[in-house]
Structures are given as C-alpha cells and as structure tokens.
Design a protein around this ligand. Structure first.
Ligand code: BTN
Length: 256
C-alpha cells in the first residue's frame, strides 16, 4: 500500500498497486472478507490480470502494463438492492466524463455500462454488490479501460484504445487520478440523491439513443430504437409493435 497524489476526498486515497493478479475484483473481494474494515474508496490496480473477468462470464483481456485495470471499493448503503442500477449510472457517467475530456463528445455509454468511442469499445465495468438485508452494503466496482494497447485478439469485438484514438500514449497514473476524481464527483451526486441529473446525463450519453438500428431480441431480428432505460436497468427498445423492456441476456446489438 502506498500514499499517492490523487486529488480526491476518498476514491484512490488508499491505492494498492499489484504487478500481477488473477482479477482485481477477486482480490478486493478477498481483502474485504479477510481483513479489518477497508477504507471506502480503496483502489486496487494491477499491471496485469491473468484471469480478468467481464460481464456475463466473459473474460477481460488486457495486455500487461498498457491498460487500466482497477477495482474500487464503495459502500453505497443508502441504495436499496432495487436501486442498484443507479450505481452503474454514476460510475459509467464518471468514466464518460473523464474520457470525454480527453477524446471529446464521441465518447458514449453503451447500455448498460460499456464505454464506447464511435462504434468501438474502449472500456467496460463489472460491478459486484454485497447485500445486507434489502440494501447494498459494499460494491466492488471493476473498471477496465484500453489505454496504450494497439493490437487486440480476435475474441474481442470492435475494440479500440485511448492511444489508437489519440495517436499517442497516455500516462496510466494521470488517467487513474482523473478517473478517481470524476467517479467521485458522480458518486457524490448519487449520494446527494441527484437522481434526475444522473438520469438526464446518462440518457444524453447513451449510445444509439433514438436511432433506428437492428437488434437480435431473444434470437429474432428486429428493427428498433433505444428510448431509455428503466429504473431497474432494463433497456427500453421501441420496435414496430411495442416498447420492449429487455435484459442483457435477451438483446444483442447488431453492427453494420
Ligand atoms: C465488461 O465489459 O465485460 C466488463 C469488463 C470489466 C473488466 C474489469 S478490469 C478490472 C476488474 N477486474 C476484473 O476482473 N474485471 C474488472
């Protein structure tokens, strides 16, 4: 553990940098169960994950030393379990705020919380919540951002990285400190119950909002337009017949 110069109130004030680990989310989860209480905002950062995890049991691959792979401990005990999507909103907006400053308005949030530049994925979020009764006790917020990686394996769909967009490398520690700040700002908004603001901003950053595109819904091809997201985090997709509320397993985005 080391002190650092991240200019935040709490996110990143305790920073653990690891050369190699299976997954920063796994490491933080073990740390939580093994030790005395951990400070909220503790960040675990790895140079390399050999078993990084993504959403829906996918693997998250990132070349050693070139990318940001972190997990942040948050304790949003003010959120009930059925409000958990608000944490996803706040975190993805925090990432989007930070990256938009660097690469501009083409940075979008692909539902539920992928980070896109134009039609390419540059980052993802895996939030694992620990419940206490009906509320969240702790959240392990795992974030992967492609930063200085140039080449990606075949099993990564439509990837890009900050360096591919900027045509130069970006300092990982600078990005970490900018990211901690912007996620903290959005998390404090959530804590202040600024729900309307988070809803409005999430919608304004939502990839393909109101555009007609093709989607596979329960393995059938549909033409439709994204209209928003329910409070529970389901995607609202208007097809010719109806407004559908869909979960992650039901819908696949089709690209040209
Ligand atoms: C996704 O898009 O599928 C989510 C990817 C999340 C990857 C990050 S990298 C740091 C943290 N540790 C993990 O094992 N996964 C998350």
């Amino acid at each position: 553990m080391q002190n650092n110069t991240i200019l935040t109130l709490f996110i990143g004030q305790c920073l653990v940098k690891l050369p190699e680990i299976d997954s920063t989310n796994n490491y933080l989860k073990k740390l939580l169960s093994n030790t005395k209480p951990l400070a909220e905002g503790t960040v675990i950062m790895a140079d390399h994950q050999f078993a990084g995890r993504g959403q829906q049991n996918n693997v998250w691959e990132a070349e050693k030393g070139k990318n940001l792979t972190i997990s942040i401990l948050l304790n949003p005990s003010f959120l009930s379990l059925n409000q958990q999507f608000y944490l996803n909103k706040a975190v993805s907006l925090g990432i989007n705020d930070c990256l938009s400053e660097i690469i501009g308005e083409d940075c979008k949030i692909k539902w539920p919380n992928d980070i896109y530049f134009k039609d390419q994925k540059m980052g993802g979020v895996l939030i694992e919540n620990i419940a206490q009764g009906r509320n969240i006790k702790s959240s392990i917020v795992g974030i992967g951002i492609n930063v200085n990686q140039q080449n990606f394996g075949d099993n990564v769909a439509r990837p890009t990285s900050l360096s591919k967009i900027l045509h130069r490398n970006y300092d990982l520690n600078d990005l970490l400190s900018q990211l901690c700040k912007s996620i903290e700002n959005r998390y404090l908004e959530l804590k202040d119950n600024a729900i309307d603001c988070l809803d409005k901003d999430y919608l304004s950053k939502l990839y393909r909002l109101n555009e007609v595109n093709e989607y596979l819904i329960d393995d059938e091809l549909y033409s439709g337009a994204i209209k928003g997201v329910t409070n529970q985090g389901l995607l609202l997709l208007q097809t010719n017949d109806e407004l559908k509320s869909l979960d992650l397993k039901q819908v696949k985005f089709i690209f040209d």
